[in-house]
Design a protein around this ligand. Structure first.
Ligand code: ZN
Ligand code: ZN
Length: 209
């Protein structure tokens, strides 16, 4: 299954600007993590004519489980970068079904739109286009190419390299103790027990793996 990068451009320039500010305010720029460095080395196949390279200021964002329920995955993360042209969203999970990438990105675009305008996103308010893709198999923890030596975690069902194949090594079931989570929106709620945790969207600061 291929992985994709999307450009999300709102038709109103001020919405793009607010989206950029939102991302910047919620998540300060940090030193690139090993995962980002690994991703930047990957060769992207452009869907459109323009060359695509991995943005340097990627933020890792955990999306609501409802968005990926039909794919059978949980705690799905996408990588987001924002500039005045809009958002770049990278979906790198190999286990998502065909068509799921775009749905996740569209939901994400709608959530950001609602956050900055207070309104629901209409179809004509956003230009969402697949921009580039790659077909390599990569570890979803560190971003390194697995070269046919990939492992599926029995717990989260995602794809990892030899070093990160065990649930412990990629933070499986220990999400709450890793990194620092900043939440989007006022609907987010958190309970300390970890049960019934209902978060609309959590933006997770990328930890160094
Ligand atoms: Zn790895
Ligand atoms: Zn796992």
């Amino acid at each position: 299954m291929s992985r994709r990068a999307y450009k999300v451009k709102y038709t109103k320039a001020q919405v793009n600007e607010k989206a950029r500010k939102l991302a910047t305010r919620k998540l300060p720029v940090r030193v690139p993590t090993p995962k980002q460095k690994a991703l930047s080395k990957l060769h992207w196949l452009p869907v459109q004519n323009e060359e695509f390279t991995t943005p340097e200021d990627l933020r890792e964002v955990e999306v609501p489980d409802e968005w990926t329920a039909e794919d059978g995955t949980r705690k799905e993360k996408v990588l987001v970068s924002a500039d005045k042209e809009g958002l770049t969203v990278i979906v790198s999970d190999a286990n998502l079904k065909e068509g799921s990438c775009e749905r996740i990105v569209r939901n994400f675009a709608g959530l950001v739109y609602k956050e900055v305008t207070g309104e629901e996103l209409r179809e004509d308010e956003v230009d969402l286009s697949p921009f580039a893709m790659f077909r390599h198999t990569i570890c979803e923890f560190c971003g390194e190419q697995t070269e046919g030596n990939s492992f599926t975690c029995p717990v989260c069902k995602r794809c990892f390299c030899y070093d990160h194949r065990s649930p412990e090594s990629h933070g499986c079931n220990r999400e709450k103790s890793r990194g620092e989570t900043v939440e989007f929106g006022s609907k987010a709620s958190r309970s300390d027990s970890g049960k019934e945790r209902r978060t609309t969207v959590a933006i997770r600061k990328i930890f160094c793996g």
